[in-house]
Design a protein around this ligand. Structure first.
Ligand SMILES: Nc1nc2c(ncn2[C@@H]2O[C@H](COP(=O)(O)OP(=O)(O)OP(=O)(O)O)[C@@H](O)[C@H]2O)c(=O)[nH]1
Ligand SMILES: [Mg+2]
Length: 340
């Protein structure tokens, strides 16, 4: 929450603050781009235009896994290790359900406490409301702001239960799936599609009595992975064990991520993927905005309820209903053009 009556910042204040790596100003810039207020959007756009030349220079990592898999604990351990090595680490969350769950991920203050206090780290919870599209837009922009602020490793956490994994996949360079032991073939609620997106799989909580089982689970996943198509062409996705609690395997985890980064840089996959992701982002925004604009038109709003009713009753074919509405829309455009 922002305290009231804070001095309004100018576009230059935001840009200079972010570029200087000032975490307080970065936080305010993110609040600005997350704002739903129409008044803030033009300023946010100018800030984004101002920082864009300083973006793109980080390693972007996505981490998914079922609730309780240990994502936050692992990110804290990995992030702390990286800060000790001299990196600057930003952690974001993408949680489209957070409106309902009041931000389950990163919502709990006890999580990533150590990392949050580290002066080389910045931990930002998921934007708290909106559709998946809205949360995605804000998270992508937040990622750019963090890069402009000099964070060279960006980790995006998302809970592996919905569609948000695909969205996170579309904003990172390297995508990791966190698993638990005793998975067998049932994949613990993680869909096969998510496994197919993984550049590496980490079996977490490989500690204490669980360690041996974890090693067995790792072997099972490695067998299974042979049958899946490669998530990144030419890169063999493998399973590893790790313990976020004891720290065992964290350093090796970074080695895997870094080799992936080098591999994808060397053969052009890195750049290619980023270009593709920029276009995807662009098209997604156009689609969202067009859809919004379409359904805001008075004549559409007028016609829609009757058509919905007819479709519900099976009286009209949805394609026919859609083309009726589209005709109404284009006629409306023509009319407005004539009226000047
Ligand atoms: N034994 C053991 N426990 C762990 C390990 N990693 C996490 N935990 C515990 O597992 C629980 C869940 O950890 P979180 O890091 O909150 O899991 P998460 O995946 O972020 O959960 P959500 O954000 O709710 O989806 C906590 O009680 C952790 O202490 C580990 O490596 N070993
Ligand atoms: Mg978490």
């Amino acid at each position: 929450m922002e305290p009231p009556k804070r001095k309004e910042l100018t576009v230059e204040d935001y840009i200079n603050g972010v570029l200087a790596g000032d975490r307080a100003l970065l936080a305010r810039a993110i609040t600005l781009i997350e704002s739903h207020s129409e008044r803030h959007r033009p300023i946010a756009t100018e800030v984004l235009n101002g920082i864009i030349p300083q973006t793109g220079k980080s390693i972007r990592i996505g981490i998914t896994g079922v609730p309780g898999a240990g994502k936050s604990t692992l990110i804290e351990a990995l992030g702390t290790m990286l800060c000790d090595k001299g990196h600057r680490v930003a952690v974001l969350a993408v949680d489209p359900s957070s409106q309902l769950t009041k931000g389950s991920i990163l919502g709990d203050k006890t999580r990533m406490e150590e990392l949050s206090r580290n002066k080389n780290a910045y931990v930002r919870p998921s934007p708290s409301s909106g559709t998946l599209g809205g949360v995605t837009r804000r998270s992508r922009e937040t990622l750019l702001l963090c890069e402009a602020a000099g964070f060279d490793v960006i980790i995006v956490e998302t809970v592996g239960v919905g569609q948000s994994e695909a969205v996170v996949r579309s904003m990172v360079d390297c995508f990791l799936v966190l698993m638990l032991t005793g998975a067998g073939d049932e994949l613990q609620g993680i869909k096969k599609g998510v496994m197919e997106m993984a550049d590496a799989i980490f079996i977490n909580k490989a500690d204490g009595p669980n360690r041996q089982v974890a090693l067995k689970t790792k072997a099972e996943y490695n067998r299974l992975l042979h049958f899946l198509p490669q998530a990144t062409e030419g890169w063999e996705t493998k399973a590893y064990t790790v313990s976020a609690l004891t720290g065992e395997g964290i350093s090796e985890m970074w080695d895997v991520i870094y080799s992936f980064f080098q591999f994808s840089k060397e053969n052009g996959i890195f750049e290619e993927r980023r270009e593709k992701q920029a276009l995807e982002w662009f098209y997604a925004v156009i689609e969202d905005e067009l859809k919004l604009w379409f359904f805001q038109q008075d004549d559409i709003k007028q016609q829609l309820p009757l058509l919905m009713e007819q479709m519900r009753k099976g009286e009209v074919v949805p394609t026919v209903a859609a083309s009726q509405l589209l005709t109404t829309f284009t006629n409306g455009l023509e009319k407005r053009k004539e009226e000047g």
